[in-house]
Design a protein around this ligand. Sequence first.
Ligand SMILES: C[S@@+](CC[C@H](N)C(=O)[O-])C[C@H]1O[C@@H](n2cnc3c(N)ncnc32)[C@H](O)[C@@H]1O
Length: 240
Amino acid sequence: MGPIRDTTPGPWRAGRISGHDRPRVGDESEERVNQFALPHGMGGRVVGLVMAVGNADMERRAVSALALSGDESVLEIGFGPGVGLRMLTKRLPRGFVAGVDPSEVMIEQASRRNRDALERSQVELRRGTASALPWDAERFDGVVSVNNVQEWPSLRGDLHEVWRVLRPGGRLVIAVHAWVAKYAKDRGDPDGPWDEHILEVLSATAFSDVTSERTRAISGRAFYITAHKATGGRSARGSA
Ligand SMILES: C[S@@+](CC[C@H](N)C(=O)[O-])C[C@H]1O[C@@H](n2cnc3c(N)ncnc32)[C@H](O)[C@@H]1O
């Protein structure tokens, strides 16, 4: 077998290592944690600037897919530099926006980008991960995740956690580059169409109306996955 060709586009390639450990809160001092998985230090600030430009189209499309009317409460998981949070505050003039991310550097950048909304308490940011969302059950009408589902340590367990904080009838949107599927292999995601695997796990987690659209973003091929929390549905926490 020949060498594995890295299909990661342009600036996204720098600092990537295959089979990387999944980041946790506090991992910033670890050299092995790559900058896109957990932006840290000076390199993380630069990566934040790259993502703010290069992923804005994906954030925009994911926010649109939430189909908001203006007064909902929405959570963004893995908000990075905070571009999506800012789009959400504009779409939710009577609503509330929460965000969770394990990176201190991203919390700093997102806070600067959303300073006014933070001051008027329209936005609340917490340091953490998808594995333990620091909010009550059924707190949100919508949850959005752009380019971080590949970093979640347990797809099943973490989707159950998303299910917990969504109100019945609430909508989940996951947008992700197709080429980051390789980073999900080491947590047990199978070879084959990665979005289909995510759809299967969503259905097994009691989400309904699961759909995937495959399209091109500025930074490469991407999946936009949507799902609803069915009214009266039950979800069992899984481990894989
Ligand atoms: C590739 S960046 C994407 C940022 C932004 N959404 C975008 O598309 O530009 C991944 C982000 O997810 C965060 N992250 C990493 N692991 C996470 C986890 N388990 N739960 C939530 N966020 C995580 C990182 O700190 C980083 O800000």
